[in-house]
Design a protein around this ligand. Structure first.
Ligand SMILES: CC(C)(COP(=O)(O)OP(=O)(O)OC[C@H]1O[C@@H](n2cnc3c(N)ncnc32)[C@H](O)[C@@H]1OP(=O)(O)O)[C@@H](O)C(=O)NCCC(=O)NCCS
Length: 328
């Protein structure tokens, strides 16, 4: 095996807020049915942050678990990277709020805005700067999309949930790390999935609030078509660059926005569904939080073991995408 970048994932962790919203709860809020949501997406329920919980609160809890599993103290960390599009505040970054909570001032901390690809962007960039940092790096993916959801829009409100996942990367000489990693973007498709207001293009006014322009606006159908192609192509390219045949992939952890997109990606990448970790039914699409939570779930259940080859693939608003083959 030829390694693209060597690093070891010392530990993983995740956190989902306590409150659960089922499809049946949504039936009482908008014109939808449990049956429609399940057959069109695979989602049965999602976790929803409380009024008091922001992105960094979720990351802090996931980080504590990951540090415990890694067997290191927070003071051993050399950097914090958080993938998110629903930060606590426009600034400071969520990574800085996490750093404050972990009480480890001094090390670099920054966010990456790559929507649902945020965790794979974080892993790629984290592993690239690891040799310069020389100490473990905490990479998180988190989103609290229910805070920017239009609860009157049945086309979006049934899809999203909240959650955070963390992986701690460390330098290693062992045969572990990336066989391949690809990240990319096509900004010309930005309008398909956007939170229009709240930035410098359209600062907050009474009108933007009244028109619900601070919520997720999505052209679901068009995204679906691009997602199937983009995620499939990225997965195929990551496998090709890894130099191993698709049969050698032990587990595929895809971004989970829709079961049908996952199935189409598996078909294109020639990875069977039986080797694909699908968790969408119990948490919905948590954007950057989805992959690290599903990854942690598979690791903690023993479905991914040391030495296994894991394929990741994601797509998201921007448009952004990422895919990688990693030896755990
Ligand atoms: C959103 C999504 C589930 C919709 O599924 P779809 O099969 O494309 O459905 P359509 O949008 O074509 O809508 C079909 C019908 O269902 C209706 N519908 C939409 N949402 C509904 C809901 N929650 N409940 C019931 N009916 C709904 C539509 O109004 C439409 O009705 P019409 O035929 O009378 O006009 C699907 O397009 C999707 O998953 N897209 C990707 C979204 C995504 O991944 N976003 C995040 C990117 S990371």
């Amino acid at each position: 095996m030829k390694f693209f970048r060597r690093f070891k994932i010392l530990g993983t962790g995740s956190f989902l807020p306590e409150k659960v919203l089922t499809n049946h709860d949504l039936e009482k809020m908008v014109d939808t049915t449990d049956e429609w949501i399940k057959t069109r997406t695979g989602i049965e329920k999602r976790h929803v942050a409380s009024e008091l919980q922001a992105a960094s609160d979720l990351v802090r809890e996931a980080a504590k678990e990951a540090l415990k599993n890694a067997g290191i103290a927070a003071t051993a960390l050399g950097a914090i990277i958080v993938g998110t599009i629903s930060p606590d505040t426009m600034f400071p970054s969520t990574a800085c709020w996490v750093q404050k909570d972990l009480e480890i001032p001094g090390i670099p901390a920054f966010d990456i805005s790559a929507a649902c690809s945020g965790f794979l962007y974080g892993m790629d960039i984290g592993s690239a700067i690891l040799p310069a940092i020389g100490k473990p790096i905490l990479v998180a993916g988190v989103d609290v999309l229910t805070k920017i959801t239009n609860w009157e829009d049945r086309g979006t409100c049934v899809l999203f949930g909240d959650g955070a996942g963390v992986a701690i990367l460390a330098p290693t000489d062992e045969d572990k790390g990336y066989l391949s990693s690809i990240i990319g973007a096509d900004g010309s498709l930005g309008e398909l999935l956007v939170q229009p207001a709240g930035g410098s293009r359209m600062p907050a006014t009474h009108e933007t609030v009244d028109r619900k322009l601070h919520t997720v606006h999505m052209k679901g159908n068009e995204i679906f078509k691009h997602a199937v192609r983009t995620m499939g192509d990225a997965a195929v390219a990551a496998i090709e660059e890894s130099g191993i045949p698709p049969d050698d992939i032990d587990m595929f952890v895809p971004h989970q926005a829709n079961n049908r997109i996952i199935e189409a990606t598996c078909k294109r990448a020639k990875v069977p569904l039986s080797k694909t970790h699908i968790t969408i039914s119990w948490h919905g699409n948590m954007s950057a939080g989805t992959i690290p939570i599903a990854f942690h779930d598979a690791v903690s259940k023993g479905l991914i073991k040391r030495g296994d080859k894991v394929l990741f693939a994601a797509f998201g608003g921007g448009f952004t995408w990422g895919a990688s083959v990693l030896v755990f």
